[in-house]
Design a protein around this ligand. Structure first.
Ligand code: HEM
Length: 153
């Protein structure tokens, strides 16, 4: 049998949904994150975040099929002017959420989650300085595997 994907190892879509909900709760309550997320939760946020993460980590291509793929994700961040403090708080909130919902503590798994979060949030911060009109992408949703070589450049 081949090795499980990160998606399978973490516990599949149910775990990712719980993780996204625990993370998003912090986004609308943490004093730094709510500056950018506001305090009125939008329940679909966690659903879409879980679909994105599932696709990135080797699960079904739901974000591409239902939510507009890579370009749509970039556009969600356009014009948000994310600061370094907010970016770092987002990464921290993700690690806290992972502990809260019981994501396995396996070191390799946690290192791969952190490296994805650092990489992805740097891109989100970068595109957030641009306006929607400046953003276009035909790139597929990135894939994040177990090894450094399984990460986009
Ligand atoms: C790995 C990095 C990230 C991923 C995968 C991600 C994912 C997403 C997704 C899937 C959405 C769309 C939600 C929807 O359709 O309802 C979204 C929207 C948004 N993201 Fe991100 N995001 C990332 C980084 C960040 C960072 C660092 C910030 C700010 C600190 C941020 C702030 C926002 C805001 C303000 C929205 C729009 C409001 C909302 O949907 O509630 N994101 N993000």
């Amino acid at each position: 049998m081949s090795d499980p994907t990160i998606y399978e190892f973490i516990g599949g879509g149910d775990t990712l949904r719980g993780l996204a909900e625990a993370h998003y709760r912090r986004c609308t309550t943490d004093p730094v994150l709510r500056q950018v997320f506001g305090t009125e939760p939008r329940p679909e946020h966690a659903v879409h975040l879980a679909d994105w993460l599932g696709e990135v980590f080797g699960g079904p291509a739901t974000y591409t099929e239902k939510h507009g793929g890579h370009e749509a994700l970039l556009l969600h961040h356009a014009g948000k002017h994310i600061t370094e403090d907010q970016r770092a708080a987002f990464v921290r909130a993700f690690a806290e959420a992972a502990d809260e919902v019981g994501v396995p503590g396996d070191e390799h798994l946690r290192a791969r989650l952190t490296s994805y979060l650092e990489w992805g949030t740097a891109i989100a911060k970068d595109v957030s300085q641009a306006t929607p009109a400046d953003i276009s992408s035909t790139d597929p949703v990135p894939k994040w595997g177990w090894d450094e070589k399984d990460s986009p450049a």
